[in-house]
Write a protein of this length. Sequence first.
Length: 175
Amino acid sequence: MNITIELGQVNDIDELEQLYNDLNDYLAKGVNYPGWLKGIYPVRQNAIDGIDHGNLYVARHNGKIIGSVILSHVPEPAYYKAKWEFESDYSDVLVIYTFVIHPDFLRCGVGSTIIDFSIESAIKSHIRSIRLDVYEGNIPAIRLYEKSGFKYIDTVDLGLGNYGLDWFRLYEKVL
């Protein structure tokens, strides 16, 4: 499958919002591994913020956005409680956020392609570590991260218990 990944642009926002909604509708009908909810996360504002900050990337196949990721230097507050392998002020650390794949393209290698792109981009930018959190029940994502060389660091509360999301596993890949 031919996939191109590039920085998202303002004119991608509507399509990203549709991707988020399509994914949340799909998750609501089956096993909702990440625990995401339509209208809660991810939403249009996540796309707007990622594009405004210049750190949202889109994966396209035949011109259509089939996946996206935000690569940020800003961690969740709970990250500061963890003992990471690489100590840093986050200037040389990237955090993966809002990693989405269109439901029509799940289990097609798109996730691995986006993770590989994230790692390659980080290396080119002299990033020393990539971090992420994943809901403890999101087994498919956990498998992908572990297969991609991310190491389990700790389990933390990100304050999302109101949504039934009590514990998140933190992962890190030192580059």
